[in-house]
Design a protein around this ligand. Structure first.
Ligand SMILES: C[S@@+](CC[C@H](N)C(=O)[O-])C[C@H]1O[C@@H](n2cnc3c(N)ncnc32)[C@H](O)[C@@H]1O
Length: 357
């Protein structure tokens, strides 16, 4: 007899600090993860689990036996080659090629389900790559659904559009339906609720802060530079000064905040937002704490690279429900009529079910 309480297993790739995994953690058993940046992996280890392996995936993939089998593989290969702001080399770039490394792993290991996340550039300027990926996944036996989800529609206080490619192995006969977000728009004011001014620290101090990860160096940019950029905006500068607005969701948080926070200035104070504020803007619960030993710029990078928490959670629950319900029907029906499965509709779940199931 099938144990229906057993959580499906997950392997996580390109895991960063584990924000995507955070959404999967409650409903799935994450057994293995990989990330080559040791600093991001430190945060993953503390917040998600010590099953993370620090290595280059290209090295690991030389011997597929090093990667455990699991029901689901999840991962967001680096987006810089598909991003309109980034290097934009597409699938031929060193980072872009990792999308195909991930494809080859799925081809070799054949999980029941895979999730691939990327920037919208993959569905726009690099649409050709997306089409090739879809076609290749179809060829190796996956039914593939693609959708751009905006985190603001799922209750994250941020407009963040990301492309999700979800594949279910054909033999499961499940046609995945994406969850639809219909949440009330959450604002920056909602996000920063209960946070007072951050604790001032020196640039190289490794301090967690009284409220964890809520510190400010008042540099990068300094208040003087912020004022100067207001008075003398530089028209040729690729990225200008931008201030968050209290009554709107934040615009998209990117890893660029690590280099220069002038794009992400606090609504009322002349400083870039703190790491805690950036986590709040990703919808991440305060129980997620980034170890203070990680350099501040790396802390910002791992947040800016992440998947919005409510989107990760909504996808995890939708996959769990559709995978496990249909599995049950397959078990029930197959003994009588051979192989057949019914479709389970994602709309059968209310948004509250998705967030809190
Ligand atoms: C877009 S981020 C993924 C973030 C993650 N999904 C999250 O929600 O927190 C991509 C990650 O891939 C990692 N990465 C890039 N090249 C890699 C490689 N060759 N092997 C393993 N990880 C790599 C980067 O360090 C980065 O953390």
């Amino acid at each position: 007899m099938q144990n229906t309480n057993k959580k499906p297993t997950v392997c996580s790739f390109f895991s960063g600090g584990g924000l995507l995994d955070l959404g999967f953690k409650d409903n799935f058993n994450i057994i293995w993860a990989n990330e080559f940046n040791p600093e991001a992996a430190k945060s993953y280890r503390v917040n998600i689990g010590d099953h993370i392996v620090v290595d280059d995936i290209n090295e690991i993939a030389k011997d597929m036996n090093k990667i455990p089998n699991a029901d689901i593989y999840i991962g967001g290969p680096p987006c810089i080659d598909f991003s309109t702001n980034g290097a934009n080399r597409g699938e031929k770039g060193v980072n872009g090629q990792l999308t195909w490394t991930y494809f080859n792993i799925i081809k070799s290991k054949r999980p029941k389900v895979f999730v691939m996340e990327n920037v919208v550039g993959l569905a726009q300027k690099h649409k050709g790559t997306l089409e090739r990926l879809k076609h290749s996944f179809n060829e190796i036996g996956y039914d593939v659904q693609v959708k751009t989800l905006n985190s603001a529609e799922f209750g994250t206080p941020q407009q963040r559009k990301r492309v999700f490619i979800i594949g279910f192995r054909n033999d499961l006969a499940i046609f995945f339906e994406f969850p639809t977000g219909n949440a009330r728009l959450a604002t920056v004011k909602d996000a920063f609720n209960g946070l007072s001014s951050p604790q001032t620290i020196k640039a190289r101090d490794k301090v967690l802060g009284i409220t964890p990860n809520h510190t400010a160096t008042w540099t990068n940019p300094s208040p003087e530079r912020i004022k100067d950029l207001y008075v003398n905006p530089r028209p040729n500068q690729r990225v200008g000064l931008k201030r968050l607005e209290w009554d709107k969701p934040s615009y998209t948080l990117t890893a660029h905040i690590a280099k220069d926070g002038r794009e992400f200035v606090h609504p009322a104070e002349d400083r870039r937002i703190s790491v805690r504020e950036s986590l709040r803007i990703m919808g991440v619960p305060d129980s997620y704490i980034i170890p203070s030993e990680i350099p501040l710029n790396q802390q910002y990078t791992l947040v800016g690279n992440g998947v919005a928490y409510q989107v990760a959670k909504a996808l995890a629950v939708a996959i769990k429900v559709q995978l496990t319900n249909v599995n049950k029907q397959i078990t029930e029906v197959s003994s009588l009529t051979g192989y057949k499965a019914k479709k389970v509709k994602a709309e059968q779940l209310s948004f509250d079910d998705l967030l809190f199931a």
